[in-house]
Ligand binder design. Structure first.
Ligand code: ATP
Length: 351
């Protein structure tokens, strides 16, 4: 399986720096996500790996081989576009077979391979239909089958689920992971949707303004973000500014508008931002162990398996809005409540 290495790769468009001296290693067979806000450089990075764009500086390697100056087909990279780009006049089977015909694969082997990938995407029974006789999810499966049929060194997916409705997106998430893993190709996947990335990625790179902010597993990014940008972008969080007043043996006491908060961790400077996930803020009846402070419950939304709360805490002039999630649901009338959280759940970030 092909690993991908980017060494100080930049891409400029006139004065715009779409990607800035980015170095990145993607392991063979990995399902690797590029995540970030609009304009952060995700598509640029994907197109550079695909060979659809040339870097302004830096080199790109596939399993140690320098592919920077090679076109897409010679890299054996296959890009799957949002629109699926299926040929409307061809059947499912013909669409999937086409790449193998171009590569002059013998007819017997071609049929075997097409059957194999149609089975993989569970579309063998619909092989004689045309794309306009398929649902959006089925078209997505055919596009994936066509891409993996040619056994690409790397598969590049640009927002592959963006044309599907919410329910189908959920179903296709795990299907895409299953298909990519079974096909055994290294996959780079661009999305805006952090839940999509958290749910199926092996690792995720978070980008902002053409730079990598953090690369890690979903759990690392969620539980150990290195900046308030990553903490706020990957999942919901409460960001609370504060000043370190005491530090000893991996324990900090931080003064905030909510009062003194204890955190497990270290801080280089005194000015910090605390990240506390909504599910780590508990609504309690009375004083609790660990951090606790009074807050005004503004609104509760019942969501079946959980409830989401909007709260306001701190001095009225500079009150901070907080979000908390209770699972199983806690339903209380608006008014004053106690909030508590464990020092181990408080992530200390540089201000
Ligand atoms: P989105 O999520 O909106 O698709 P993105 O993260 O994929 O955004 P890119 O498309 O990589 O972002 O764009 C990064 C930056 O480069 C943006 O500022 C964009 O305007 C600029 N850019 C991209 N392609 C071109 C181009 N062909 N000419 C000029 N500027 C471009």
């Amino acid at each position: 399986m092909t690993d991908i290495s980017l060494q100080a790769v930049s891409r400029h468009f006139g004065k715009t720096v779409a990607l800035d001296a980015t170095s990145l290693q993607i392991a063979g067979g990995e399902l690797f996500f590029l995540l970030g806000p609009s304009g952060c450089g995700k598509s640029t990075l994907l197109r550079l790996i695909a060979g659809l764009l040339e870097p302004t500086a830096g080199r790109i390697f596939f399993s140690g081989r320098d592919v920077t100056d090679l076109p897409t087909d010679q890299r054996n990279a296959v890009m799957c576009f949002q629109s699926y780009a299926l040929w409307p006049h061809m059947t499912v089977r013909q669409n999937v077979s086409f790449g193998l015909e171009v590569r002059k694969v013998a007819p017997g082997e071609r049929k075997r391979r097409v059957d194999e990938v149609l089975d993989l995407v569970r579309m063998r029974e619909l092989a004689d239909r045309k794309p306009n006789e398929l649902s959006g999810g089925q078209q997505q499966r055919v596009a994936l089958a066509r891409a993996v049929a040619v056994s690409p060194a790397c598969l590049l997916l640009d927002e592959p689920l963006s044309n599907l409705d919410a329910q189908l997106r959920l179903e296709m998430r795990s299907e895409i992971r299953r298909i990519c893993k079974s096909a055994g190709c290294t996959t780079v996947y661009v999305t805006h949707d952090q839940k999509e990335a958290l749910s199926i990625a092996d690792r995720i790179a978070v980008l902002k303004d053409g730079r990598l902010m953090q690369v890690g597993t979903p759990a690392e990014l969620y539980h150990r973000p290195v900046s308030s940008f990553v903490a706020g972008f990957v999942g919901q969080t409460n960001l609370i500014p504060g000043t370190v007043r005491h530090r000893s043996a991996g324990k900090l006491i931080i003064e905030t508008k909510l009062g003194m908060i204890q955190a497990d961790g270290i801080a280089r400077g005194d000015e910090v931002i605390l990240s506390i996930r909504p599910e780590h803020l508990r609504l309690t009846e009375g004083p609790a162990a660990g951090n606790h402070f009074a807050a005004k419950l503004v609104e509760t939304t019942f969501l079946g398996e959980s409830s989401e709360h909007v709260l306001s805490a701190g001095e009225s002039a500079g009150a901070i809005e907080l979000k908390a999630v209770s699972s199983p649901p806690v339903l209380l009338p608006p008014g004053m409540v106690q909030l508590s959280c464990d020092p181990a759940s408080v992530v200390v970030l540089e201000a």
